[in-house]
Design a protein around this ligand. Structure first.
Ligand code: GLU
Length: 290
């Protein structure tokens, strides 16, 4: 069955850009009678202010989105990620790495030639090395063939401060929860070839990818938590936010009237959703959304 997911990092509230991604993923699933899962990517705790997960969950409710299955909290799944890392070490894909950002500037990493973690107390991260070079090319459900020019075949799985990396947790969860297509923003296009390599090493036949256009603050800057995009539910009525997000995704919106509830807007959007109308290019966020 078609299955996708929405996977916010609760480092800030749900802004217009995240709403566009969520709406695109939700409609992609619902318009095919498929499933959409909710996963909170709260592993990088220093980046996630207390109370933000609650805020994101409450905004999702206000906007009337429904999800399938239980909500997954990555912070509660560390043991699972550790066991996936062990599996990659056993199969020769992962290794302990003592390189630092600074040392990598001058000397390429050879740590993968050592077969055991250093026992002398030195700090190390766990990294993945693809056995075959990563091509950087993949097929996208919206964009067609994409060449990311990304040939970087090392992936950090666990940082030297002990935090499990986004790439490992994301791929392990997508696999374990039966995701068939990853729908997310185009800001993550670059990591996709690496995630494909990682998913193959973890034994998957792979899933499809579809990267949606980004809502931009200005020409080179997407709306993001880092640049303090404001909570969309704090700026405008939730129905207006949904209508603007739907229009950003190129969909027919003339049927939306001011008296409609979010639930009504969402359920009618399922019938009008047309992937071929979704623009391929990122565009400025509408005035008043950030
Ligand atoms: N957690 C990421 C974010 O909030 C999304 C990750 C993904 O969809 O793969 O931007």
């Amino acid at each position: 069955m078609y299955t996708t997911r929405f996977a916010p990092t609760p480092s800030g509230p749900l802004h217009f850009g995240s709403l566009v991604t969520l709406l695109g993923a939700w409609l992609r699933a619902r318009s095919q009678g498929g499933r959409i899962l909710l996963r909170i990517e709260d592993l990088d705790t220093p980046r996630c202010p207390p109370g933000m997960t609650k805020r994101v969950l409450s905004d999702l409710k206000t906007l009337a989105f429904d999800f399938d299955g239980p909500t997954l909290f990555q912070s509660a799944r560390i043991e699972f990620y550790e066991s996936e890392i062990q599996r990659l070490i056993k199969t020769g894909f992962a290794f302990a790495c003592t390189c630092t950002r600074e040392s990598l500037k001058h000397t390429p990493c050879r740590c993968f030639e050592r077969h055991k973690a250093p026992a002398d107390g030195s700090v190390f991260s766990i990294r993945f090395k693809a056995k075959d070079p990563i091509s950087g090319i993949f097929d996208d459900g919206l964009l067609g063939p994409v060449n990311t020019l990304d040939r970087y075949d090392f992936i950090t799985l666990k940082r030297s401060d002990g935090i499990i990396s986004y790439n490992l947790a994301c791929v392990a969860d997508d696999l374990e929860t039966g995701v068939t297509e990853v729908v997310r923003g185009q800001d993550l296009i670059n990591v996709t070839p690496r995630q494909i390599a990682l998913s193959r090493a973890l034994g998957s036949g792979g899933f499809s990818y579809l990267h949606l256009p980004l809502a931009m603050r200005d020409r080179d800057l997407k709306l993001s938590k880092q640049n303090h995009a404001r909570a969309i539910t704090g700026i405008m009525a939730p129905g207006t936010a949904l209508a603007l997000a739907l229009s950003f995704l190129g969909q027919e919106c003339s049927w939306i009237t001011s008296g409609m509830t979010c639930q009504e807007i969402l359920s009618r959007s399922i019938d009008v959703f047309d992937l071929s109308r979704v623009p391929k290019n990122s565009a400025p966020a509408p005035a008043g959304t950030f």
